[in-house]
Design a protein. Structure first.
Length: 218
């Protein structure tokens, strides 16, 4: 290689190092802002599905930042305490409804999609089968959540009206109403807090998993 070629190669090497150095010190893009901008520009209001669903509350925002890692204990407790304060126990004190209606809800995944005419006239389902086994007759069910088969029986609920059943009734109602009260980053739908199910529907789901006469506990 000639002296001229060696000089040119050296200059190219110096330039490459300089460019690499500049790139190393370039500010890191704000990926969160870019993602939010992309989401905002990619969706639109249609039917009852509104873009305000893209707005995260404090718990969802912190869990997104954690990227699957556990939250610091003090932050998790604060988020869980805040979620617990949102829970409203049944207005009439009744926790248990009709397990037959609860079974229909658990197997129904419809609700709050843009094709629904209105939230007022379309009853939501619970979509429980998508994450849980509910009944041994099922041949297809999700495994994201634990099996609910014999949920009440395994917890000693022989009589839903007995005083001893009250703690598990309150625990289960809270879990359905706002699961983040027990797990800040729970992926379970917040049926009561988010207005996905009304009080009667929640009582029916409670009956499905706690009533000794329900197929879940047979």
């Amino acid at each position: 290689m000639s002296t001229r070629q060696l000089t040119r190669a050296a200059l190219f090497a110096v330039a490459a190092v300089a460019l690499a150095g500049c790139a190393a010190f370039a500010p890191r893009p704000d990926y969160d802002a870019l993602t939010a901008q992309m989401m905002k520009s990619s969706f639109r209001d249609q039917g009852i599905a509104k873009v305000d669903r893209l707005q995260q509350d404090a718990a969802n925002a912190e869990c997104s930042k954690a990227e699957g890692k556990p939250l610091p204990d003090d932050l998790a407790r604060a988020l869980q305490d805040a979620a617990l304060k949102t829970v409203k126990m049944p207005g009439d004190g009744r926790f248990i409804g009709d397990w037959r209606e609860g079974e229909k809800l658990a197997q129904n995944g419809r609700g709050m999609t843009w094709t629904d005419a209105s939230a007022a006239t379309t009853a939501n389902g619970g979509n429980c089968y998508n994450c849980h086994q509910i009944d041994p007759k099922e041949i297809s069910y999700g495994t994201i959540g634990p099996s609910l088969y014999q949920y009440g029986k395994n917890r000693g609920v022989a009589d839903v009206n007995a005083p001893t059943a009250r703690p598990i009734l309150e625990y289960t109602w809270t879990k359905l109403y706002n699961a983040k009260a027990y797990n800040a980053c729970s992926g379970m739908p917040r049926f009561g807090h988010a207005g996905l199910l009304d009080e009667k529907q929640m009582r029916d789901l409670m009956a499905l998993i706690l009533d000794p006469q329900s197929p879940v506990n047979r």
